[in-house]
Ligand binder design. Structure first.
Ligand code: MN
Length: 136
């Protein structure tokens, strides 16, 4: 499997460590942003293959950060999966409305998390093939 670079936007270190463990076990690399604002900056600087986005974040919440990342042509094609304890039906809809490509709830369901990452990688590879290998 191709190695992915994954930006994890998460203010809780225990959650980040678990996500990083799961990503590294699957052969991928993790980058850590601790606030919504840092998430936007790191998305621009590092062009990750995938962003895992907590929604309750300091400085700027994950919905706003997602909206800004998605509306910036430089970062708008990066898939974003919300990973959040917000499990009210409206929160899921709001995450998808601002552009999240997927939504996972905490506590983390490990097999669902792994399936989602693998599915996004497959989708990304499909897109690269159809555009002759170019991305960004
Ligand atoms: Mn949080």
């Amino acid at each position: 499997m191709e190695k992915l670079s994954v930006l994890v936007v998460e203010d809780n270190i225990d959650n980040y460590e678990l996500v990083r463990f799961l990503l590294e076990r699957a052969g991928h690399g993790a980058l850590w942003a601790r606030s919504g604002r840092e998430g936007i900056d790191m998305a621009k600087a590092n062009h990750p293959d995938l962003i895992i986005m907590d929604l309750s974040l300091p400085e700027m919440d994950g919905w706003t950060a997602t909206e800004r990342i998605k509306s910036d042509p430089e970062t708008g094609n990066i898939p974003i999966v919300a990973l959040t304890a917000h499990t009210l039906p409206g929160d899921r809809k709001r995450a998808l409305d601002v552009g999240c490509d997927g939504y996972l709830s905490k506590p983390i369901n490990i097999s669902l998390f792994e399936e989602t990452v693998a599915e996004i990688l497959a989708r990304k590879q499909g897109r690269q093939e159809s555009t002759g290998g170019s991305h960004l």
